[in-house]
Ligand binder design. Structure first.
Ligand code: SF4
Length: 328
């Protein structure tokens, strides 16, 4: 893994207007991603975790410019791609790919597997005729499918096989970075490990970099080098994957980790589960100060007034919490 940043996200915001009004002050916005900054190194897997609705998928889609950012910057391999036109984005679309959560919805039901995988090869002029066919066959083999699968349609496959087709489609354009948006959440537990192992093998052989999005910390532990924890549009904690499991510092991360069942029943009984009180607030009207204040058992007055910044509290360990020293 190289040390310099391959993808830099700087103060990225993505707001959706939910009520239109002539007067700007009367307009309402859903603040899906709010002032998010982090970076991913080349060859790294960065896990992004948070409950549903926290903005993690929107963040992934904004990074690859499926959504236009409201503010901030996306810098990919040294180039600011935030404001590029669709035409200018074409060469980056090849290098920046996405794998979606629902493989069935993301595959065109009327296209054969060969057509689905070949589409990117054609768009980016990566091979014609025999060379194109050989590429498709090679990709099928790479993701563990057979050559006879190429003439079949998505409905003829299982969920795990469909996700493999989605991965082959992403690989067809020879990308450098893949945003994996909950790629295993919809799969059976027995298949999840197979897909994760395959993604790891592909990373090693093809030198890929991943942003791996999941709603559950147990899913990202195995694959991630570093992990970012997101809550209501903001990053709460970032650090090395092992360190996060060993010593989580943010109250939200601590609660998420405490809810993961431990295989040993004795240890499971002994480990104290932190039950979060209160509801997740709406991103349309997020709380003042710390976004987590309505559910945090340590909340003090400052938490309701001032937004905590994401600060490096230990080496390479970043936390957004006013009371991080007091509670740890
Ligand atoms: Fe809890 Fe306050 Fe820290 Fe937010 S800033 S996580 S409310 S202690």
């Amino acid at each position: 893994m190289e040390n310099k940043a391959f993808l830099e996200i700087k103060n990225l915001k993505k707001y959706f207007e939910v009520s239109k009004s002539f007067l700007k002050k009367n307009r309402m916005y859903l603040t899906a991603v709010d002032d998010v900054s982090f970076e991913i190194k080349k060859g790294e897997t960065f896990g992004l975790v948070g409950e549903s609705g926290c903005g993690k998928s929107t963040l992934g889609r904004t990074i690859v410019r499926l959504y236009e950012p409201t503010a901030g910057q996306v810098i990919f391999d040294g180039d600011d791609i935030t404001k590029l036109s669709q035409h200018e984005m074409l060469k980056y679309r090849k290098r920046l790919q996405m794998i979606f959560q629902d493989p069935y919805a993301s595959l065109n039901a009327r296209m054969t597997v060969s057509e689905i995988i070949g589409e990117g090869i054609d768009t980016h002029n990566l091979g014609k005729g025999k060379e194109r066919q050989e590429k498709i066959q090679h990709l099928l083999q790479t993701v563990g499918l057979k050559s006879e699968h190429s003439s079949r349609y998505p409905h003829e496959f299982s969920g795990g096989q469909r996700q493999r087709i989605g991965i082959a489609r992403s690989l067809a354009v020879e990308p450098d970075l893949i945003v994996c948006d909950e790629p295993i959440s919809a799969l059976d537990v027995s298949i999840q490990a197979q897909v994760v192992n395959m993604l790891e093998d592909l990373q090693e052989t093809m030198g890929l970099t991943y942003l791996f999005i999941a709603h559950d910390l147990s899913m990202v532990k195995h694959i991630s080098d570093r992990i970012g924890v997101m809550y209501l549009g903001k990053i709460m904690e970032i650090c090395d994957s092992n360190e996060l499991y060993r010593k989580p510092l943010h109250p939200y991360t601590q609660a998420l980790l405490s809810s993961i069942p431990v295989p040993d029943p004795r240890k499971n009984r002994e480990s104290k589960r932190i039950i979060l009180q209160g509801d997740v607030k709406s991103p349309i009207n997020p709380p003042e100060g710390c976004r987590f204040n309505s559910r945090c058992r340590y909340c003090e007055q400052i938490c309701k007034e001032v937004t905590p910044q994401l600060l490096e509290v230990e080496k390479d360990h970043f936390v957004a919490c006013h009371l991080v020293d007091k509670i740890n």
